[in-house]
Write a protein that binds this ligand. Sequence first.
Ligand code: AMP
Length: 211
Amino acid sequence: MNLILLGAPGAGKGTQATKISERYGLVHISTGDIFRANIKNGTTIGMLAKSYIDRGELVPDEVTVAIVKDRLTWDDCANGFLLDGFPRNLFQAQELDKFAEIDGVVNINIDFGLLMDRLCGRRVCKECGESYHVSMLNGKTTCERCGGELYQRKDDNPETVESRLKVYTEQTAPLIDYYTEKGKILNFTGTEAPAEVLFEEVKAVLDKLKR
Ligand code: AMP
């Protein structure tokens, strides 16, 4: 099963991605994670991506598409993959159509009013990527799941979040229509309820889609 996870920044894609990939044995491919790993390792791609990410803009398509195209040729993708954060515009979606077959697009709709606080208060585990809201941590600085150190992403600040939400509205949201027309969209509503609640709904739909 090859899936795409679509939704605004802060909609809860990362948390659902972990749960979906675990349940269905899919490789979780997050372009944001790939860029952050490249930045950490000081690679050429990392140095290029950093300036865009820090401004909340998209990394150029030719770089991003090439990374995903290559990643999907790895053996571990043979049993299925989950793309998280890709495609992010129409061009990327059209390119993806040339080298991959997609079974479904999990789209998490969310009230935009929730996102600024969610993102600016987000703390992420350096080891496993689990995310938390600072208001729930009671001063704790380590991950409940794996004990890893929690950090705040550099792009989770008000100015960059504003730019990321604008990019989402203008460039990524049109993908909902694109995949609806293809009959691939699976719509869900992200809420303030625990991620488990949303995952139950996602599971019910994906269990039927499973091939
Ligand atoms: P994310 O972790 O998905 O929120 O992505 C963080 C940042 O990485 C985004 O704001 C973009 O700057 C960059 N990025 C991630 N995925 C893509 C993509 N598919 N195309 C272009 N830029 C991306």
